[in-house]
Design a protein around this ligand. Structure first.
Ligand SMILES: [Zn+2]
Length: 294
């Protein structure tokens, strides 16, 4: 049954598509490379078959997004996740447009789910960011103003000078797909994690100088895969907190589901040894001696 409603982007009454909140290519990669299927934090015993979708956009707006998803997938996402990326990836104006399209989707779906965790003082900034991103995506404004987009392409973290590191950190940093709207009285961001690629959309950020080497330029620039970034300290604790949640998924799985994972590992031993899951877990084991004995 076609679902008719207001398109969240152009605001016209149209037939709505079931739009992916994180682009489809993210799920495709996860499905191809995940050992034991993809599981959600909220329901670890069930494998999921497709990414998170919502009736959000009309066909025309969906196509608008696809136009910028294709170059991003081909030139950035796929090379980064299949190990064929050069040290520097040049980009053009599709990069910022893609990042805004992701941040905007995260913001709008967060609004729909409810912003109970957000302080009232941030509500005006959230509305402003939504308007700025929507106007930019529709071509009504030449740039998203102060609501910048920042991107990190994270490589292996093998040493920490920033405090205690979760034993699951690299698994999380490599593998997890996640969206979030983070806010307190002083800052607010959208956050979208697609494997190693992290996109942060500024809703309210008064200390831009804390971000170094991460801002996506309007017309062209270069993504530097050396992983040398400057980011605010909160990001480190946030990652570690989420990494612990990822670790808990395995602990919460039923014995039957753990067996499914074990059997898959046995069957795919060769692929598994070469996969990033293995690499990431190896690093985790190396980092946390307590876990290595388990
Ligand atoms: Zn539309």
């Amino acid at each position: 049954m076609p679902h008719v409603g207001e398109c969240a982007l152009c605001r016209e009454q149209r037939e709505l598509c079931c739009s992916h909140i994180l682009p489809k290519f993210v799920f495709r990669w996860k499905k191809k490379t995940a050992v034991g299927g993809i599981r959600q934090l909220s329901d670890p015993n069930r494998r999921i078959q497709d990414g998170w979708k919502e009736p959000l956009l009309c066909r025309e707006c969906e196509e608008r997004f696809q136009k910028v998803e294709t170059p991003f997938a081909e030139r950035v996402f796929v090379p980064v996740h299949y190990g064929t990326a050069p040290a520097i990836i040049p980009y053009e104006d599709w990069a910022l447009r893609f990042a805004v399209s992701v941040s905007w989707r995260v913001l709008v779906t967060s609004q729909r789910l409810g912003l109970g965790h957000v302080p009232a003082s941030q509500m005006a900034a959230i509305e402003k960011a939504e308007e700025a991103w929507r106007a930019f995506l529709l071509g009504h404004e030449p740039h998203p103003g102060p609501h910048e987009q920042h991107m990190l392409i994270v490589t292996m973290i093998d040493e920490s000078t920033m405090g205690k590191q979760s034993g699951h950190l690299n698994t999380y940093l490599y593998r997890a797909g996640q969206v979030d709207l983070l806010a307190n009285e002083h800052v607010a961001y959208t956050y979208a994690k697609m494997g190693r690629i992290h996109i942060v959309g500024f809703i309210d950020e008064r200390h831009r100088k804390k971000w170094k080497g991460t801002k996506i330029s309007l017309r062209r620039g270069r993504f530097d895969l050396s992983g040398r970034y400057g980011v605010p300290e909160w990001l480190w604790s946030y990652w570690n907190e989420k990494a612990e949640a990822v670790g808990n998924v395995h602990d919460q799985m039923s014995e039957r589901q753990r067996k499914v994972v074990r059997d898959t590992l046995k069957k795919n031993a060769v692929e598994f040894l070469g996969s990033e899951t293995w690499l990431a877990q190896q690093v985790d084991l190396g980092l946390d001696p307590d876990r290595a004995h388990n």
